[in-house]
Design a protein. Structure first.
Length: 558
């Protein structure tokens, strides 16, 4: 048996052992899917993706074992104790370490590292990369895959990220670096440079956000080319303008000598998919209460050469359901011509705390007043303050105490926020009591997790221990140090739409976003008004925003 085969079998055994640990500890599961249904002839396409995260016992919980599986794709098989079991598309171990203002992420196994700056409109990506550490067209046998990681932090006051991946299976690598820029009144930006030698592709892209009386303007652009034809690159230029309830997006893509420089969404009918071609798409939308309506147009050089009409139509979006009606085919993945299309995005999450259940079973057999020395460590874990939690690595078991800042589930499903004298943090989990209200003092135990850039505690247990008045942090500039905390800002309204208000505090512009579940109305808010706003600081697509809880959190100053 070769050394490589021995190492591969050892990796499989390690993952099986960790999976067995999960039977006594923690398993998080989510299912995300995209369902496309053609009303023209009843054909449909369903694309579900399953995610599993296994957190080992507390004494080794510096890492997690993760699986990602595309359920409709073909699978390899692996023999476990004489039984044939499917092999997930991706399986890997990862861990995150925090050192003051720096974060280091490392992973090993079959995984995908995806980085780009241009996937802003209709999921069109130019450059960057989606780097797989194994040959995805071959699903068996189980292989080592490779490594991936990145280091992020601040340098000269600017956020940076530097990372890459290496495939042991293929002997290929990818590297990248990004840097956030701040031009103050001229807006903020993010530049990225990428190279991967699997397809010898080099790319650079840039995004920029500018806000003012005209609304918000987002611009993205980029160049990409294979190393063998750098003088014949592909390029993209796109922009989105938002003002009150209006939204206008446009994008032009030119494909140079290498058609793989550009990736379109699956089923995108205007995908030219050939060198020396172009694609144009635009959309004008308006946000109504609980609904988004838009007119769209798409065209490309192939249609023009064949004297075909552009694709144009209208779409309506309510929550996660979208219906589109057009003059031609809306999906190239479905049979026939689909000019009336329904699209649904669904997401299901579940968390199974076998460790907590096992602790309860053990406790039930222990007489009252008798100390059980074999209880899991975190049951008697010392409570720490919230600021200390932010210094720990992701996946740490923690216990803390804080005062509740928002009703459970008001701002996000199965979510609330707590605060102590050192900071605030988000709580998530089905075990959070639905009757928690601001002012409830609670003791919380759970596991830390970073979700969409926000550190949260996935709750194992939570107990109300008293009441305490929450404190409001008054500020003129919302920063990352305020994340998940209750803040108050005062300023002048620069822009207002159905669910968003931009306030100028004199030192910075602050975004206020209203969640539909709060029932808050912005109908009386007008440009030029002076407001005092109270709410929870959250993060959406790298942008900080304030989430008010009640109508009285927004006060119009006379």
């Amino acid at each position: 048996m070769s050394l490589l085969n021995k190492v591969q079998k050892l990796l499989i055994i390690v993952m099986i052992v960790i999976s067995i640990f999960a039977l006594a500890f923690k398993l998080d599961f989510s299912l995300t899917g995209y369902l496309t249904y053609g009303l023209t002839d009843g054909t449909y396409d369903n694309f579900p993706i399953a995610y599993f995260t296994i957190t080992p016992p507390s004494f080794i919980n510096i890492f997690s074992l993760k699986f990602t599986d595309y359920l409709t794709y073909t699978h390899g098989k692996i023999d476990i104790l004489g039984n044939s079991v499917i092999l997930p598309r991706y399986y890997f171990i990862d861990s995150t370490f925090t050192f003051e203002q720096y974060k280091l992420y490392l992973s090993f196994g079959r995984l995908r590292l995806s980085r780009n700056n241009t996937q802003k409109f209709e999921s069109v990506r130019l450059g960057g990369f989606k780097f797989d550490t194994y040959n995805t067209s071959v699903q068996e046998p189980a292989t080592l895959g490779g490594f991936a990681g990145y280091l992020s932090g601040k340098i000269f006051g600017l956020n940076f990220e530097l990372g890459g991946a290496y495939s042991l299976d293929l002997g290929k690598f990818a590297v990248y670096s990004t840097l956030n820029t701040n031009f103050n009144q001229l807006g903020t930006g993010r530049i990225g440079v990428y190279y991967e030698n699997r397809y010898e592709n080099l790319s650079i892209n840039y995004t920029h956000t500018l806000k003012g009386n005209f609304g918000q303007l987002d611009i993205w652009t980029g160049l990409a080319a294979a190393q063998s034809n750098l003088l014949e690159p592909s390029f993209i230029i796109g922009t989105t303008w938002k003002q009150n309830s209006f939204n206008l997006s446009s994008q032009f893509v030119y494909i140079g000598a290498n058609k793989y420089d550009v990736e379109f969404a699956s089923g995108e009918p205007s995908n030219p998919n050939a060198p020396y071609t172009w694609n144009f798409m635009t959309e004008l939308g308006y946000e109504l209460p609980q609904m988004y309506v838009a007119l769209f147009l798409k065209h490309n050089s192939r249609w023009l050469a064949n004297e075909w009409l552009p694709l144009y139509g209208v779409k309506l979006k309510v929550a996660d359901l979208t219906i589109s009606i057009a003059n031609g085919d809306l999906s190239s993945t479905l049979l026939g011509t689909q000019n009336i299309l329904l699209q649904l995005t669904y997401n299901y999450k579940a968390s199974f705390d076998f460790e907590g259940a096992l602790s309860s079973v053990i406790s039930s057999f222990v007489p009252s007043g008798v100390q059980q020395s074999t209880k899991p460590e975190q049951v008697s874990q010392k409570s720490i303050n919230i600021a200390e939690i932010y210094k720990l690595s992701e996946g740490s078991k923690v216990t803390t105490t804080g005062v509740v800042l928002a009703p459970t589930g008001l701002l996000n499903s199965a979510t609330t926020y707590i605060q102590d004298e050192t900071g605030a943090i988000m709580l998530y989990g089905k075990s959070i009591p639905t009757n928690l209200q601001p002012g409830d003092l609670v003791s919380v135990s759970g596991t830390t997790k970073v979700y969409n850039g926000i550190l949260e505690i996935v709750v194992d247990s939570i107990t109300k221990i008293g009441t305490q008045q929450p404190k409001t942090v008054e500020t003129k500039k919302v920063e990352m140090k305020h994340l998940s905390n209750l803040v108050k800002v005062q300023g002048t309204v620069k822009n207002v739409s159905k669910d968003t208000v931009i306030i100028d505090t004199g030192e910075a512009e602050v975004k206020l976003f209203v969640k539909s579940a709060t029932g808050i109305s912005l109908s009386e808010i007008k440009q030029g008004m002076k407001l005092t706003v109270t709410g929870i600081v959250s993060l959406y697509k790298d942008e900080l925003e304030i989430l008010p809880r009640y109508q009285e959190d927004i006060v119009i100053e006379k």
